[in-house]
Design a protein around this ligand. Structure first.
Ligand SMILES: [Zn+2]
Length: 62
């Protein structure tokens, strides 16, 4: 994780130390981040629909 090097804009202490509410909020948000955090659920559903459609086309072509 890279958040332990972040410095809080509110208290100027490392965010990982959680000295102020802003730190704690940022720390929690960053800890919850996963490689898929950038994808919203609707994008995942759309991706799934496209995948199923592609498989259907492939199955019909075969
Ligand atoms: Zn802070």
């Amino acid at each position: 994780m890279t958040y332990d090097r972040l410095v809080c804009a509110n208290c100027a202490a490392p965010v990982s130390q959680g000295r102020c509410p802003v730190c704690r909020a940022n720390r929690e948000r960053l800890q919850q981040e996963s490689p898929f955090a950038g994808l919203n659920p609707m994008a995942l559903i759309a991706l799934l629909v496209v995948l199923v459609a592609a498989l259907t086309v492939i199955a019909k072509a075969a």
